[in-house]
Design a protein around this ligand. Structure first.
Ligand SMILES: Nc1ncnc2c1ncn2[C@@H]1O[C@H](COP(=O)(O)OP(=O)(O)OP(=O)(O)O)[C@@H](O)[C@H]1O
Length: 595
């Protein structure tokens, strides 16, 4: 179930939160506002110049006064150039601070994704999360291309109105009377648009999640001939996005058309009423022409404001979704400075009456109590779904117990600083995720400052020298995306070597369930034996050989530990382990394979 939403909230609330998350957005705002005002003032100079030229340079007795007209034109040219330069400065300043602010938002959102616990993330669709941090934030960047113009436009409305008022308050009131209804219906219209764009952004996230899954799972889709099924799912996601988008666009079209109607009414009204005022000597020809220029200056921003406000709704919808990621509470928090650093050395683990339930799920672990002595190798066995991997997740604090507690060397796990915990406790997960780089670089994730020689030595200690030599380019062999260029067993070898290089005091291994060829199986067993020697190790065992080699076995059944002891002790007793053992023995004649 998804916990990250972000599909509602007021515009001011969103702005306020966005400024808190990205304080860089505030930078230079005053400068930008000042430049916008200058640019707006620059734009009313031309209509004023037209009025002066007509009334004083052409219509006066003794006209035309060529010198006066040419001087006015020259002044206008300078002002126009200066206005263009000021507009450029304003846009540049605005883009710079907002792009920096948006970059901060992206970084914080990505960090938060990493800070969320594995169970919290498992409820989220990866594609949707990526959409929130990329496409959704982009919407604001796109809006910015209009944002500068919006600022100038708003200033233009104010400055333009003042000049218009100076020429004729009657005509100014008439123009406002035409546009005020538009302004009055704008807020409810914007609210509806905001809801529509919220849906558009959510559907865009769905679309990315569906296509992302189809790309990642392409091999499985092909293998099962599920192309049609997945195709239909993608078609539905695309169709729903299209539908949401066209609903929003329909509303946009209404706002644009009403702007057109208002503009035509305003111009028509100014011409008619202006001529009447002119005939009665209350308006000069120059003033009427200047007024018409000013009305166009007024209409442009009024129309564009609607357009820009539409864009703003889309941007806000995206912004809310990105902010929702940043605002998702961290369920498994790093104690940070208040926390404890673990001493290097043998590690002892204690589970005290631990219970656990996944978010919004039923309890899956009940009253787990276990003592793992320093330097012992423990195998955790049980049927599928019995809670073994969940136990391992609690052990490395990928999740916190719902009840009870876990301690390492007497310190509650929740009090250990992540920086220390991640060094001292390392897990080899079931899928052993590999990055799309070389074998060497993947192993070096365990200890980034390790040299090639150290990586080679680590592989040799694990008994993997001959395997390394068999690779076409040794450590430089590319592993492909998610390690696809290697076999499943080889991926496990790389993941194990990575963990070994990190040199932890507690190694937790969630054994892969996939069967591997006998030669790799042999290598894996040897490497595992070498990697765990002399340190505390807990293996979620799917192989009988791992359980047999362990110092102690914990037997899980339906979220409880039902038996514990050595392999020999447990085999000799009647119970769950003896049943599992019998099943293993019948499944494999060698007794070393997967059950
Ligand atoms: N991310 C999750 N969200 C919700 N429930 C989960 C999640 N992961 C596991 N579970 C549930 O928790 C229970 C225990 O699962 P767990 O993976 O710990 O079992 P397991 O013994 O490791 O199984 P396997 O041997 O198949 O890996 C199962 O009922 C499973 O459906």
């Amino acid at each position: 179930m998804s916990r990250i939403t972000g599909d509602s909230g007021s515009a001011t609330g969103t702005f306020r939160r966005a400024l808190q998350v990205s304080p860089g957005l505030r930078e230079g705002l005053l400068v930008v506002a000042g430049l916008a005002l200058l640019a707006a003032a620059g734009r009313v100079v031309v209509p004023i110049a037209v009025q002066i030229t007509l009334d004083q340079g052409i219509q006066r007795p003794g006209s035309p006064q060529t010198g006066f007209v040419l001087t006015t034109v020259a002044v206008c040219a300078v002002v126009v150039l200066a206005t263009a330069w000021v507009t450029y400065l304003m846009n540049h300043r605005l883009y710079r601070s907002t792009e920096a602010g948006l970059a901060t938002l992206r970084v914080k959102a990505f960090r938060r994704v990493h800070d969320l616990s594995a169970p919290a993330l498992s409820g989220e669709r990866r594609g949707d999360l990526v959409a929130r941090v990329t496409g959704d934030v982009d919407q604001f960047s796109i809006f910015l291309q209009f944002g500068g113009m919006l600022l100038v436009s708003l200033c233009q409305l104010v400055v333009g109105s003042a000049v218009m008022f100076a020429y004729s308050w009657v005509l100014t009131l008439m123009v406002w009377a035409v546009f005020v209804p538009l302004l009055l219906v704008s807020p409810p219209m914007q609210r509806r648009l905001s809801q529509h764009y919220g849906r558009v952004r959510a559907r865009a996230g769905d679309m990315l999640a569906a296509t992302g899954e189809a790309v990642v799972g392409a091999a499985v889709i092909r293998a099962y001939g599920a192309g049609d099924l997945i195709g239909r799912r993608i078609d539905t996601a695309v169709e729903e996005h299209r539908r949401a988008q066209s609903r929003a666009q329909r509303l946009v079209a209404v706002t644009l058309s009403s702007g057109e109607v208002a503009a035509a009414l305003a111009i028509g009204g100014v011409v008619s009423l202006g001529v009447v005022l002119g005939v009665h000597g209350r308006l000069t020809a120059g003033e009427l022409v200047a007024f018409l220029f000013l009305v166009t200056l007024f209409i442009g921003p009024a129309q564009m404001s609607t357009e820009v406000l539409n864009e703003l709704q889309n941007a806000l919808a995206g912004w809310r979704r990105a902010l929702a990621v940043v605002d998702t509470p961290i369920d498994v928090a790093d104690p940070g400075e208040a926390g404890v650093d673990l001493e290097r050395g043998p590690m002892e683990v204690l589970f005290e009456e631990v219970g656990y339930a996944y978010p919004a799920g039923p309890p899956v672990l009940h009253g787990i109590s276990a003592h793992i002595a320093p330097r012992t190798r423990v195998a955790v066995v049980g049927e599928t779904g019995s809670g073994k991997s969940t136990f391992a997740k609690l052990l490395i604090r990928l999740a916190d117990p719902s009840s009870g507690r876990v301690t390492v060397n007497g310190v509650p796990l929740s009090e250990v600083r992540f920086s220390s915990l991640r060094k001292r406790v390392v897990m080899v997960p079931q899928d052993g995720f590999l990055f799309d780089t070389t074998v060497g670089a993947n192993i070096r994730y365990g200890r980034p400052d390790a040299t090639d020689d150290e990586v080679r030595r680590a592989l040799a200690t694990l008994g993997l020298r001959s395997w390394l030599e068999s690779l076409p380019q040794g450590l430089g062999t590319p592993v492909g995306q998610r390690g696809e260029a290697l076999s499943a067993g080889e991926r496990q070898l790389v993941a194990l070597a990575r963990a070994y290089l990190a040199d932890p005091d507690l190694l937790v291994l969630d054994e892969a369930t996939s069967a591997v060829d006998p030669a790799t199986e042999q290598r894996l067993q040897q490497a595992l034996e070498n990697a765990t020697r002399g340190r505390t190790a807990v293996s979620v065992a799917h192989r009988l050989s791992t359980a047999r080699a362990a110092d102690r076995v914990l037997v899980f059944d339906k979220g409880r530990i039902v038996q514990q002891g050595t392999h020999e002790e447990l085999v000799a007793r009647e119970g769950r382990y003896a049943e599992l053992y019998a099943a293993w023995m019948s499944a494999t004649s060698s007794g070393a394979g997967a059950p």
